[in-house]
Write a protein that binds this ligand. Sequence first.
Ligand SMILES: O=C1NC(=O)NC(C(=O)O)N1
Length: 297
Amino acid sequence: MNAAGVCDYTRADLDAMQNSSAASFVTKSATVSPREGNPEPRYRDTAWGSINSMGLPNFGLSYYLSYVSQAQQEQPEKTYFVSISGFSAEDDVALLNQIYQSDFNGIIELNLSCPNVVGKPQTGYDFETVAHVLDTVFAQFTRLPLGVKLPPYFDLVHFDQMAAILNRYPLAYVNSVNSIGNGLLVNPHSETVLIKPKHGLGGIGGAYLKPTALANVFAFRQRLKPEIQIIGTGGVQSGVDVFEHILCGADMVQVGTALHQEGVAVFERLTRELRNIMAGKGYRKIDDFKGKLKTLD
Ligand SMILES: O=C1NC(=O)NC(C(=O)O)N1
């Protein structure tokens, strides 16, 4: 499926996802009020991936809930995801109330990791706030499955601390990772940054991101209780990358930068390439290799 923020902003984007061979889609992270987002240019592709500082532009939660309501009727066999991104626990409660009062019957993705709203830190790096938000959310909202979109972590102690917090809640899944926040890409010819917001700093995606994404999927799989599934996101450009995410423990894989660069045809290509890899290795189903990465211990 798509990673939140890619091919999910407008009805046309979501139609493209709905009519593709992707198993599902997630809608652009919705905030309490619709947002214009950051000034352009705010997204750039490179040979190795992408940089973005979109700033959570979105048409508001009701726009996406009404789209999913229609999609649920058209293709009821699919389970859809709606992403929300409050700037406080109270925001998240307000967004969840709106979802619970609608006919939405899919999965909620709570984005704890947008790095691009000036003045708003990435919640996922503030462990106490993560615990407070999840305490507040799960005290009231347990009917619909809910997962969290996490930023990448880079320290084993942080994996331990976050897993200890996450294991306290009835989470449906953890989605690792969001972009690497506040990276910088420059154009050496013009001696200029690529994007306008934040003097050129933005979230890094694509091939740059894969080693970090695989490490986060693998580390959380080792630490999280088995009831919490894992969505692997980051650096998926080929069937091999999908295979590696699953080998590290991903139950589902999302595609961001490569989807932005190639369009929804990427899903058929990735699926075909994964099938060929599995056939070559004699694997008949995902469980034959999911989470079975070998270490040299
Ligand atoms: O969570 C997010 N991650 C990103 O890399 N960019 C978007 C955004 O800026 O809206 N949000």
